[in-house]
Write a protein that binds this ligand. Sequence first.
Ligand SMILES: C[S@@+](CC[C@H](N)C(=O)[O-])C[C@H]1O[C@@H](n2cnc3c(N)ncnc32)[C@H](O)[C@@H]1O
Length: 241
Amino acid sequence: MGGGPGATDLLTLRGYRALMTADVVVVDRLGPLQVLDDLPASVEVIDVGKTPGHHPVPQHEINAILVEQARRGLTVVRLKGGDPFVYGRGGEEVLACRAAGVPVEVVPGVSSALSVPALAGIPLTHRGTVGAFLVVNGHDGLDVGALAAVRDRTATLVILMGVSMLSEITDQAVTAGADVGTPVAVVESGSTEHQRVTRATLGTLVERAAQVGVRAPAVVVVGDVAAADLLVPALVPEMAR
Ligand SMILES: C[S@@+](CC[C@H](N)C(=O)[O-])C[C@H]1O[C@@H](n2cnc3c(N)ncnc32)[C@H](O)[C@@H]1O
């Protein structure tokens, strides 16, 4: 089940209902953890939370936990941040359950890839500006397709898990021919009380991010829609009224 970016009211109704029927909830570090307070005391919560670079519970063990709990005849909700099928390893967990004969239902969630920019007022497509977006994992830098999108301004680039790679990512983009003036926004901890938006350009991002101390989790948006004034109405000249 996808839990959305963090705020309880960005959970889907279907997700909330599923949680309320659970005997066991298996949770991660990200997602709407406050909703766990609404669970009846009888519900067992198992924390398999991962932090970047530190994986306390390996994926194969998480899969085993899901299967083992279900085989006890319990209703298990695997609560994940965002959407389970967007960098959530949801597919692997579904496979593991099906391989063990455990029936699975997938409850989609509001992915941070889409919702976190929106919460910061950044549209991923905007008529007359850009008509497509590309979601990538920043872990290993940008591939050829992502670099072409930024260089040619043909799609907004949405980077998840990219905070530790900002320097490599901007170097790669500029080396590939992207304009150093290309707008970038970094949105940290979207939908939580710590949400913060930092605006920069490809040329200034690294310095700006270091100045303000950007930290994960964050979504990095690269492209013309990340300009701070995109949704500021143009001033109507006095004469044109
Ligand atoms: C392993 S991926 C999981 C993505 C998730 N399944 C989704 O659909 O949102 C984790 C990354 O999602 C992004 N992320 C998740 N929640 C976020 C939030 N509330 N604010 C900013 N970024 C977030 C960050 O880039 C983080 O490193």
